[in-house]
Design a protein around this ligand. Structure first.
Ligand SMILES: [Zn+2]
Length: 243
C-alpha cells in the first residue's frame, strides 16, 4: 500500500500519464490531484475486498482472493480508455497488461483445479495465450483480442461468468471513455458476472467485493467529488447527462 501512497518517481510518471490519457481535457493544475485519483481506483477496490473479507471473517487465502478481486473490479471500468495520446508506456497500458495477465493466470489455476482432460489443457493453453497477448498490449485492438480470448476460455471451461467477462472486455474496447462501463447498465452487468463467479467459486463475499469495488470506481469518477470536472454518463442509454 505504501507504494501507492508514496510512489517512486517512476510510479508518479506512470500515474501522471494515466491521468493525461484518461483526463486529457483537464487543465494542467488538475494534475496535482492526479495521482490521488489515478491510483485511488485500485486502492479503494483493494480496501473494499479487505473490508468485505473482515465482515465475512474470511481465511487469509480468501482475504487475498477478495483483495485481488476488489483491485481488478476497481480498475476494469477504465478498460474503456482510448489512448489517443499514447506513445509512451502509460499506466493505462500497464493496467491493460496487468488485468489481462491476471485473468490469464487465474484461468490457468482454474483449469488445473476445476477442469479435466482436453478442457484442462485447452484452458491452460488459452491462459498462456492471454498472458502473452496481454504482455504485448500497446494498442486498443489488443484489448479486443484479449476479450475474445477470455470469451473462448469461458466457452472452453463452460463458465458463464468468464464468457460474460470476455463480452465485457470486448464491449469496453469499443465504447467511449466514461460511457457504458461507467453506467448503471455496467453495474448490473458486472453484478451479474460477480453473482455467477461467487456461485462458481463457492466463496462468500465475492459478489459484494466485485460489486462494491466496481461502484467505488464510478463514485470516484463522478461529480460527487468536487475536483472532478467531468462526470460519468451514469444513465446511459436513457440519458447521456454527466453526473
Ligand atoms: Zn473511470
Amino acid at each position: 500500500m505504501s507504494q501507492f501512497l508514496f510512489p517512486s518517481k517512476q510510479n508518479i510518471h506512470f500515474v501522471v500519464n494515466y491521468r493525461m490519457v484518461s483526463e486529457e481535457e483537464q487543465p494542467i493544475f488538475y494534475r496535482g490531484a492526479i495521482y490521488v485519483n489515478g491510483t485511488a481506483h485500485a486502492a479503494v477496490g483493494a480496501a473494499t475486498g479487505f473490508i468485505v473479507a473482515n465482515n465475512f471473517q474470511s481465511s487469509p487465502t480468501t482475504t487475498f482472493l477478495l483483495v485481488s478481486l476488489g483491485t481488478v473490479s476497481g480498475l476494469i471500468p477504465d478498460l474503456d480508455i482510448d489512448g489517443k495520446l499514447r506513445g509512451k508506456i502509460t499506466l493505462s497500458h500497464k493496467m491493460f497488461q496487468t488485468v489481462g495477465q491476471l485473468i490469464g493466470i487465474l484461468m490457468i489455476i482454474y483449469s488445473i483445479y476445476e477442469a479435466t482432460n482436453t478442457t484442462r489443457y485447452l484452458g491452460i493453453g488459452i491462459g498462456l495465450g492471454l498472458m502473452a497477448i496481454a504482455s504485448s498490449i500497446r494498442q486498443k485492438h489488443m484489448l479486443t483480442i484479449t476479450g475474445i480470448g477470455v470469451l473462448a476460455g469461458g466457452i472452453n471451461l463452460q463458465e458463464i461468468w468468464l464468457m460474460l467477462l470476455g463480452v465485457y472486455i470486448l464491449i469496453a474496447s469499443f465504447v467511449a471513455h466514461r460511457s457504458y462501463t461507467h453506467s448503471i447498465v455496467g453495474i448490473l452487468f458486472v453484478g451479474f458476472i460477480a453473482s455467477k463467479l461467487e456461485l462458481s467459486l463457492g466463496v462468500e463475499g465475492v459478489f459484494y467485493t466485485c460489486l462494491i469495488g466496481y461502484i467505488s470506481h464510478l463514485i470516484t469518477d463522478s461529480k460527487l467529488l468536487p475536483f472532478n470536472k467531468r462526470g460519468i454518463k451514469l444513465f446511459l442509454p436513457l440519458s447521456s447527462k454527466e453526473v
